[in-house]
Ligand binder design. Structure first.
Ligand code: PMV
Length: 345
């Protein structure tokens, strides 16, 4: 019997993962920034199964309430990793989770939620011969197990910037798990802020799972995968030399590429809202007029992640209040920044 708790942050991809092969292997490598304030805290309580119970037994609570839909998904996930973690079959697990970011703000919670779960499971596995908590193997295993639950979750295991997906040019990278970027990041990128501008909190039309599937047979899939590879190499270069202009160019192109794939797939769909486009245009205008290197990126949704160096914090916050708030649902935005990665509680 026991209890394990992890707090794990969300992450935002600069080079996007979009399209996959079985089992949750990315069609192209991605590079992300781990956030700080947008995190999930998950507690795992475990005890032996009761005599007539077939393990793993599971109860899933989200923000104090039972969540049968999530519970089913997590039960299926646990079942899928039972071979690797056979001790699960003898246990009854109670998972309780909460997010710091307001529920239903349209902010992807699978990265933070599934990485927190992966970390809890690997910590539990240490009592059954698994990797020693805190070791390199521990984090690698947590990243791999998180990936199996949700691809982008594997990148949340480390702070700073991480890469997921094998690239022969970048040593240590793998399709199976994410790694911290294996180079020194220029100081200008070590204090990047992310103002998450909530345009709409409505549930998205097409799930990420559906979106990834639409990349199969997509007429632009191969050029897109090639472009993501090129962008990743160029971004890695810019991050080492401190080339902000290049960082801005690649980050914005990647965001629009992702949405271009959705708009041009066989079953086309648009996740932008009018406010998304107003904000994108306003960001480009503000950058040109002030010289402040703000840029945007997008997840699979209408909300805008506005990235900028910390030294411009006061001016940018004022500008959000003065100009961008009109496009935000209930004026909502989350003031986040690059983070140090998960912590055990
Ligand atoms: O991890 P998934 O399957 O929810 O896919 C996420 C894909 C994007 O968020 C759109 C891009 C990314 O790399 O995080």
């Amino acid at each position: 019997m026991g209890r394990i708790s992890w707090r794990s942050p969300s992450n935002i991809a600069l080079v996007k993962y979009w399209g996959k092969k079985p089992v949750q292997i990315p069609a192209n490598p991605s590079l992300s920034m781990t956030l700080s304030r947008a995190f999930t805290e998950t507690t795992l309580e475990f005890r032996p199964c009761s005599q007539d119970e077939k393990g793993p037994g599971l109860e899933f609570w989200f923000e104090g309430r039972k969540q049968p839909d999530f519970e089913k998904k997590i039960a299926a996930y646990l079942d899928s990793i039972k071979q690797e973690l056979p001790f699960l079959s003898d246990l009854h697990l109670v998972l309780s989770s909460r997010n710091t970011f307001p529920h239903s703000t349209g902010i992807a919670s699978s990265a933070s939620g599934m990485s927190a779960l992966g970390l809890c499971l690997v910590t539990l596995s240490a009592s059954f011969g698994g990797p020693e908590p805190g070791s390199a193997d521990f984090f690698r295993t947590a990243s791999r197990l998180s990936r199996l639950a949700s691809g982008s979750a594997c990148r949340s295991i480390y702070g700073g910037y991480t890469i997921w997906g094998e690239m022969k040019e970048i040593e240590g990278t793998s399709d199976e798990y994410a790694v911290p970027v294996p180079f020194t990041v220029h100081p200008v990128f070590q204090d990047i802020r992310d103002a998450i501008l909530v345009v709409s909190s409505r549930e998205k039309l097409v799930s990420s799972r559906g979106g990834h599937a639409l990349m199969e047979g997509h007429p632009y899939a191969l050029p897109r995968y090639r472009m993501a590879n090129d962008h990743l190499l160029q971004l890695a270069g810019a991050m080492q030399t401190g080339d902000m202009e290049e960082f801005v160019r690649i980050t914005e192109t990647e965001a629009l590429n992702l949405h271009a794939m959705m708009m041009s797939s066989e079953q086309s769909y648009i996740l932008f809202e009018p406010g998304t486009i107003h904000i994108i245009n306003a960001i480009r205008r503000y950058r040109k007029e002030t010289g402040v290197p703000v840029c945007f990126t997008l997840d699979a949704g209408p909300n805008v992640h506005m990235l900028y160096p910390g030294k411009h914090e006061t001016a940018v916050r004022q500008w959000i209040d003065d100009e961008l708030k009109q496009y935000l649902e209930n004026g909502q935005w989350i003031d986040d920044h690059i983070g140090h990665g998960p912590v055990m509680r």
